[in-house]
Ligand binder design. Structure first.
Ligand code: SF4
Length: 293
């Protein structure tokens, strides 16, 4: 079967070879654990039951999880083990199941979610994505995913091409986000501030690229309105593998302040902002070929 799960549409048989994402037909998981470094509405006090998948269909040149992007790190998981892992994370007290970089593994994840839900998984399921998705793939999750966290990375096709090899990123991503919002609406929280359902759009502010942050925010405002929940992320951390300017330096306080100011001036009513000091290694947890759950 030829793969067109994501907009790359590699049209290759993944039982015979890996695609751009580095994924063959097996699912590799590089970490499954409680994670405390998402937004408070996701991590809460108990942690988010996070499953990090190996492989990526975007392969940003500045990725903080670079070790995962070629798809070779991680333990091979069957559909049933994936379902069991979700239930184990729930038993540990996780507020939700958080699927990180799930895109290439659509068929295995949807099958696992059906099994896990049949066997008692009841906490919300979070789909944590770079947003480079087809509408068809997002439709496959309807009724299975409660919360979508799409990271809308760029508006400018020159940036998305240069940094993520995808000139068609913006139109593709915003189309997939439209489908997410159609399914579950904007993010809602319970009385403790924990997310129960809906979409929050993330945007990682990149050094030297605040002009593009403004364009991203304007587009969100135009397409989805000022009540669309936004998370403006400040944790950009330069990695030694990326020497491309301006990505070879940290974000400055002034740049982040400008991004926040743009958000406020556009009238967004539900914005999560961070301290610039939240930059750190907590965002890059240890990954491994052995998963303990
Ligand atoms: S999921 Fe992987 S193999 Fe399939 S189209 Fe996307 S990049 Fe290509």
């Amino acid at each position: 079967m030829s793969c067109s799960i994501c907009p790359r549409a590699c049209q290759i048989d993944r039982t015979a070879a890996a695609g751009f994402c580095g994924c063959s037909s097996v699912v590799r998981v590089a970490r499954a654990a409680l994670h405390y470094d998402e937004e408070p509405s996701i991590s809460g006090t108990n942690g988010s039951g996070t499953i990090f998948f190996s492989g990526c269909n975007l392969k940003c040149i500045f990725c903080q999880n670079m070790v995962l992007t070629d798809g070779t790190l991680g333990e091979v998981f069957s559909v049933t083990r994936l379902a069991d892992t979700m239930r184990k994370l729930q038993a540990l007290g996780a507020h939700n199941i958080n699927l990180v970089t799930p895109t290439p593994h659509r068929d295995a994840i949807t099958a696992s979610l059906r099994i896990a839900k049949r066997e008692g998984l009841s906490i919300p399921v979070v789909y944590n994505t770079n947003a480079y998705e087809t509408v068809e793939t997002i439709r496959a999750y309807e009724g299975l995913v409660d919360i979508y966290l799409p990271d809308l990375k760029y508006a400018d096709p020159r940036l998305s091409k240069r940094f993520s090899h995808a000139a068609d990123y913006f139109e593709t991503a915003i189309g997939s986000i439209g489908e997410m919002i159609r399914q579950v609406g904007f993010m809602q929280t319970d009385k403790n501030g924990i997310a129960t359902k809906g979409v929050r759009i993330r945007h990682l502010v990149l050094p030297g690229c605040v002009f593009d942050t403004r364009a991203v925010l304007r587009a969100i405002r135009e397409r989805f309105g000022a009540d669309c929940p936004i998370s403006l992320m400040s944790q950009y951390t330069p990695i030694p593998e990326c020497t491309v300017k301006p990505l070879d330096r940290p974000l400055t306080q002034r740049e982040y302040d400008n991004a926040v100011e743009s958000c406020l001036s556009l009238g967004f009513t539900n914005v999560y902002v961070q301290e610039l000091t939240s930059v750190g290694r907590a965002y890059t947890p240890p990954f491994s070929d052995r998963v303990s759950l």
